[in-house]
Structures are given as C-alpha cells and as structure tokens.
Design a protein around this ligand. Structure first.
Ligand SMILES: *[C@@H]1O[C@H](CO)[C@@H](O)[C@H](O)[C@H]1NC(C)=O
Ligand SMILES: *[C@@H]1O[C@H](CO)[C@@H](O)[C@H](O)[C@H]1NC(C)=O
Ligand SMILES: *[C@@H]1O[C@H](CO)[C@@H](O)[C@H](O)[C@H]1NC(C)=O
Ligand SMILES: *[C@@H]1O[C@H](CO)[C@@H](O)[C@H](O)[C@H]1NC(C)=O
Length: 159
C-alpha cells in the first residue's frame, strides 16, 4: 500500500517533469504575460528573438553551427528554430510592428552575417571554422614518425 502510493507520487512528479520539458514554449508565454506593462518593448523583443532565430534556422550554415554549439538537445533546438521560421513572416509583414521596432528582419539578416564572420552564432562564440575538422599540420610528421618507430621497433626487435 505504502509502496504503491510512493510509486504513484513518483510517477505523477515525472509526468509533470515531462510536461514541463516537453513544452519549451510555456516559458516565453509566461514571460510575455508578465511584461504586458510594456507591450511594445515585449513585442519588439519577441520580434527580435524570432527574427534572430529564424535567420539562424533558415541558413544551413548558421543552423548547423548553432546546433553543434548548443548543449540543449538538437530535437528541441530544431523545433524552436522551425517555430521561429514559421512565425517570422507574419511579423515581418506587420507594418505597425516594423515601424515601432524598426525592421528587425533586415537587422537580423545583416547582423547574423556580421556575427558569423566573427565566429559568433546567436549567443555562441568561437565557432571559427568547422569545430569537427581534422587537424593536419606539420606536427603530424613527428607523430607519424613516432608511431612508425614504436611499432616498427617492436616488430624488428621481437624475439
Ligand atoms: C538579435 O540580434 C540583434 C543584432 O545582433 C541583437 O542586437 C539583439 O539583441 C538580438 N535579439 C535577441 C532577443 O537576442
Ligand atoms: C523588412 O525587411 C524585409 C527584408 O529584409 C522586407 O521583406 C520586409 O518587407 C520589410 N518589412 C517592412 C514592413 O518594411
Ligand atoms: C548562409 O550564410 C552564409 C554566410 O553568411 C552565406 O554565405 C550563405 O549564402 C547563406 N546561405 C543562404 C542559403 O542564405
Ligand atoms: C550577434 O551576436 C550577439 C552576441 O555577440 C548576439 O547577442 C546577437 O543575438 C547575435 N545576432 C544574431 C542576429 O544572431
């Protein structure tokens, strides 16, 4: 009896946990509700974030750099980027919003490119080049020589 109660509680808690991590969009909703005192600011912030994420999500170069740099799951990030891509066109077309905030779509496009040339994608920096590239410099000669010596030496002096 006691055992099954405990099991039920744990099950319930884990369901809540799953519900929370499975709905990352809950957070921005809660945030924007709290920020209604400054509607324009919060709308511009949403527009800005959506434009930035959409720009990153729509360009395969930025997108893969972002996904590799982020320590959040790829699935969750992909969903977030895709949601931004779907949301942006309506915001870009909204003349009033663009007047109040400036055309943040254009800003995101130019800034993402400028950021990328500096090795920055969104909040991640130091992404110059492919992080998974294979190192190939003159030091390889020494390493290969050492490998040949060790293995060759073992083979030659084998009794
Ligand atoms: C979006 O990018 C612009 C340009 O780099 C930046 O100024 C702005 O803070 C970013 N917006 C958000 C919500 O990070
Ligand atoms: C904002 O800029 C984009 C291109 O960067 C353009 O397609 C869009 O029409 C502009 N929005 C407004 C309201 O001018
Ligand atoms: C993605 O960004 C890179 C670097 O700024 C650029 O060279 C490339 O043309 C962009 N690709 C697309 C599909 O816009
Ligand atoms: C550009 O980089 C800054 C951090 O250096 C970041 O806050 C901003 O969101 C980036 N802009 C875009 C459009 O990715």
């Amino acid at each position: 009896m006691h055992n099954s109660l405990l099991t039920n509680i744990i099950l319930l808690l884990s369901l809540f946990y799953v519900a929370v991590i499975a709905s990352p969009d809950k957070l921005p909703v809660a945030l924007s509700v709290r920020q209604t005192s400054a509607p324009i600011d919060s709308e511009c912030l949403t527009y800005s974030r959506t434009a930035n994420l959409s720009t990153i999500g729509a360009n395969s170069t930025y997108r893969s750099a972002f996904l590799q740099a982020s320590n959040v799951g790829t699935l969750m990030n992909s969903r977030m980027l895709d949601a931004a891509i779907q949301k942006l066109p309506a915001l870009t077309r909204d003349a009033a919003l663009n007047k109040a905030c400036g055309n943040l779509t254009t800003i995101a496009l130019t800034e993402a490119e400028r950021n990328f040339t500096m090795g920055v994608v969104a909040q991640f920096s130091g992404l110059v080049g492919n992080p998974q590239s294979i190192k190939a410099g003159p030091e390889l000669l020494a390493i290969v020589a050492a490998v040949v010596l060790v293995f060759g030496g073992v083979w030659m002096f084998m009794p």
